[in-house]
Design a protein around this ligand. Structure first.
Ligand SMILES: NC(=O)c1ccc[n+]([C@@H]2O[C@H](COP(=O)([O-])OP(=O)(O)OC[C@H]3O[C@@H](n4cnc5c(N)ncnc54)[C@H](OP(=O)(O)O)[C@@H]3O)[C@@H](O)[C@H]2O)c1
Length: 138
């Protein structure tokens, strides 16, 4: 039996993971910042494991790494899929730009930090992969 684990950064990756879950060839780990969405994913696909995690927060990525590699030391694939894209109208004078860097923190820095955190672990595996679902901003 193959023991391939995935971290699918956000729950909408479930659709792509379902085939592997159903045939028991992989452990699927789904992460996301939204607890309700993770619960829904777990209801739909009971065999997945879920971890709540905000990829824009470096300390949460560190914690995710600790938890996942302790429970799934065989982890050999991560899929970085979390992303946001807002349409911001700079003509709107009332706009609050306090969180203007949130796209960068998630789409770019989050992906780089995930790779930096997990790469040493993946390099210990005979076969491993990182899949980055990109965006214009990243
Ligand atoms: N759809 C397109 O046309 C398109 C085009 C180019 C690239 N992409 C890329 O494809 C990927 C998936 O996009 P999609 O269209 O499927 O959008 P989506 O349905 O909005 O999926 C992105 C997921 O990322 C999650 N997310 C956002 N910020 C996060 C964070 N800080 N930590 C953890 N999870 C976070 C969101 O969940 P919550 O907000 O519920 O937490 C959301 O479920 C993204 O990386 C996007 O940039 C999409």
């Amino acid at each position: 039996m193959l023991q391939t684990s995935f971290i699918a950064v956000h729950e909408n990756c479930c659709q792509y993971a379902i085939g592997a879950v159903v045939t028991n060839v992989a452990n699927i780990i789904v992460t996301g910042r939204n607890a309700n969405a993770l619960r829904e994913a777990k209801t739909q696909f009971p065999k997945i494991r879920t971890f709540q995690n905000d990829v824009s927060n470096p300390s949460e990525i560190e914690q995710l790494y600790e938890d996942v590699t302790e429970q799934f030391p065989e982890l050999n694939i991560i899929i970085n899929n979390a992303g946001i894209m807002r349409l911001i109208d700079l003509r709107d004078a009332t706009l609050n730009l306090e969180n203007i860097n949130s796209e960068i923190a998630t789409n770019l820095s989050g992906t780089v930090q995930m790779v930096h955190q997990f790469l040493p672990h993946l390099l210990t595996k005979k076969s491993a992969a990182i899949v980055n679902v990109s965006s214009g901003i990243a």
